[in-house]
Design a protein around this ligand. Structure first.
Ligand code: EPU
Length: 344
């Protein structure tokens, strides 16, 4: 394993921000990880974990050791008539892994096709789309725990999976994910309840067709980061108490929303942004995508400062119109390589 200095991270973050790391290495095994952590300790460097780079906002200079997670491999664990268990290296590309599971006849992840990023990042924000969240198919997450300084395995029940949330978000920096253990279905059980997915799938109700339709729908609205650098949904869909929602809905009865447990309601952030006039609108080099207002795009070599100016302007306009605070989804890093608050 080789530690490099002054490495440009632009090709490794899907928003294509210029970001030079003082120190960088690829981590292809748990041994590499231990060596890298030792190096960081000796040099008194903070650590920044880089996975697929599809959910992060980076400053132009980072004084830290960037660990680029690249542990490969898919291991078939035991199976029975109903279930196949798989242990997957965190560096596997998520979408390729989903396609592979479908080809092998292992089902459950088809609704999550074409989500950018790597397997190791999938539990962090509990990636979800079209009525499925990855946490439903995770048995355990293998980590290096920087607090206890041991490798460990965390059962899904202890991961606190919720909408775009897990313990890995609660305790940033504590766990480094090396592998994920999945349990997938041997018999298809298609989840077609989200929006017009059922209509899109039509008569041919097979996992293969479901996967094809999810890919088609995503491609029709979500920009390809290679063409329009982006990090997917830029804001979470806000969740508020029913009473607060009723007040907003009185003024805006068309607001798309979904009932949640505990008398809460999830509102469509894309609609709020759209109605605030931001769909297809730019502020300098950064704007909200013309086909899906929830996606922020770097149109022309923007810096983190430009990105922040745009998303803060969107937040302000949505707040002024709807009295709703939008929370950004991607993780913001400081020049010291540590996660920082979007409010600072
Ligand atoms: N809408 C608008 N204008 C827009 C965008 C959306 O009016 O510009 C409306 C839509 O018409 C619809 C509602 O908002 O009624 C919701 O839109 P959509 O079904 O496209 O889903 P979303 O809430 O915008 C969420 C996830 C996506 C995921 C889709 C499908 C979040 C933050 N985003 O988007 O996840 O693919 O549902 O399940 O939960 C991601 O996280 O990067 C991501 C793409």
């Amino acid at each position: 394993m080789q530690i490099q200095t002054q490495v440009q991270l632009k090709p490794f973050n899907t928003l294509s921000l210029d970001a030079v790391a003082s120190h960088y290495c690829k981590v292809q095994s748990t041994d590499d990880l231990i060596h890298a952590l030792d190096f960081a300790k000796q040099q008194q460097l903070n650590i920044l974990i880089l996975s697929g780079g599809s959910n992060m906002l980076l400053p132009e200079k980072i004084h830290a050791l960037v660990l680029h997670m690249d542990i490969q491999g898919i291991e078939l664990l035991d199976s029975d008539d109903q279930m196949q268990r798989l242990r997957v290296g965190g560096g596997q590309v998520w979408h390729d892994f989903v396609l592979w599971t479908t080809q092998q006849g292992f089902y459950g992840l088809q609704n999550l096709a074409l989500i950018p990023g790597l397997v190791g990042a999938s539990p962090v924000q509990n990636i979800g789309a079209y009525g499925v969240e990855v946490g439903e198919f995770i048995e355990s997450v293998e980590v290096y725990d920087r607090e206890t300084q041991r490798f460990d395995s965390i059962n899904a029940q202890d991961c606190d999976f919720a909408y775009r949330h897990s313990i890995f978000k609660d305790q940033p920096g504590r766990y480094i994910i090396t592998h994920v253990v999945f349990h997938l279905l041997k018999q298809p059980d298609l989840k077609l309840n989200y929006g017009d997915l059922k209509a899109a799938v039509g008569e041919e109700q097979t996992p293969e067709n479901l996967e094809r339709q999810v890919i088609r729908i995503r491609q029709s609205k979500l920009p390809d980061p290679k063409e329009y650098p982006n990090v997917g949904s830029f804001f979470k869909n806000p969740i508020v108490d029913q009473a607060d929602f009723d007040q907003i809905a009185e003024k805006f009865p068309n607001l798309p929303h979904y009932s949640q447990p505990n008398h809460q309601v999830k509102m469509a952030a894309g609609w709020l942004i759209d109605q605030s006039g931001w769909k297809g609108k730019q502020l300098g080099p950064v704007g909200m995508f013309h086909k899906q207002a929830l996606v922020l795009v770097n149109y022309a070599n923007a810096s983190l400062k430009d990105v922040r100016a745009t998303y803060q302007a969107v937040q302000a306009d949505v707040y002024a119109k709807f009295n709703v605070a939008l929370e950004p989804e991607p993780v913001l890093f400081g020049e010291d390589g540590l996660i920082r608050s979007h409010q600072d």
